[in-house]
Design a protein around this ligand. Sequence first.
Ligand code: UDX
Length: 440
Amino acid sequence: MRVTMVGTGYVGLVSGACFADFGHTVTCVDRDAGKIAALLAGRMPIYEPGLDALVATNVTQGRLAFTTDLAAAVAEAEAVFIAVGTPSRRGDGFADLSFVFAAAREIAAALTGDTVVVTKSTVPVGTGDEVERIIRDVNPRVRVDVASNPEFLREGAAIEDFKRPDRIVIGVEGTRAEALMREVYRPLYLNQAPILVTSRRTAELTKYAANAFLATKITFINEIADLCEQVGADVQQVARGIGLDNRIGSKFLHAGPGYGGSCFPKDTLALVKTAQDAGTPVRLVETVVAVNDQRKRAMARKVIQACGGTVRGKRIAVLGLTFKPNTDDMRDAPALSIITGLQDAGAAVVAYDPEGMEQARPLLDGVSYASDAYACAEGADALVIVTEWNAFRALDLARLGRIMAARVLIDLRNVYRPEEVARYGFAYASVGRPAASPAG
Ligand code: UDX
């Protein structure tokens, strides 16, 4: 099949490369000429494990192309995917659909024959209706179906998630679009991924409901973690104890500094707005949003407390800046609020992240950056693990103890065991587990 992907961000680029790998002929379009030039030269605009190799193979084998020429790419496609950004709109938090509608207008003008236009971007309920209206307005002669096909991939595991999804959701308003979409995903039949065919509005809402549910699950265990700290219980054992119940499930029960990233914060907010507009507020999700926002700031207070109540004039080393490991994405990363909170309290912050420092620089003032974890910890009064990169899972604690000015470790991802850290003479604070004092 001939597939065109409009937008080469996370979702567009990964989906385009994976569709090509399925055997389809894919053209990825972006109006950012610099991005397309870089992709043509084999440079990826994002850090995602395995993506460069997947792109290179499919380009070499002639199934994947990159261009800024939307009209040409759309004219010859059987399916055109819209995978442009839908950021939160400043002011009201509703999803900003201007990129989606602009893409729809451009696509409409370029359509020449029967085509299915598919929104893959996460879009509020009813966006497909509007896209359809725009296309019919601009180009009434062509026969077009508009489908919704939300993407559930996680950053850092994007290729694996795309190729082995738990399910594929397709929202259509007719059998022609359904048949075409089944054809697009036919290579996944081998993996027996269930395909759920629904109405377009149902598909759009399914994506928001999934993300809101997962955000709720994380926020729930985070609040239980706070309670654990107060009553002397261990949140990891509680999570295991509840997670083994099949009705609950063990995933997304890892307590931490609050969720971040390009999806959960924006999508929960957009769902809240949609529901308010519809006159049926989702109060549970409203609370999740508020609790998670407060949590990120509260993490700075947790660090301050572990430092004996003040960080003024102290040097605080931060390990991990990105919102999670294996990405260079800094969007809504908890590290941003935590570092700002520490600086506001008078600390000097030095940070290290394996991939995220370049993205972090424009977002943070006054932070110095180290070349590795030990350079970061050198002379520090406390070390804070904010993101659980593998490189931070087996730090040489004896060495850290020697090079730091004080042995204080705040582990916001529960990477270490309290007894283990205490053996090296560290005061240790983590999330939802009993605090440990240095052995001795
Ligand atoms: C998420 C969804 O998983 C994906 O299905 C959707 O399509 C897009 O949003 P992503 O943002 O890439 O994917 O990251 P994810 O791995 O889900 O993590 C989101 C945030 O939640 C991170 O900040 C992570 O650290 C946090 N998290 C996740 C926890 O704090 N605890 C957990 O148990 C799981």
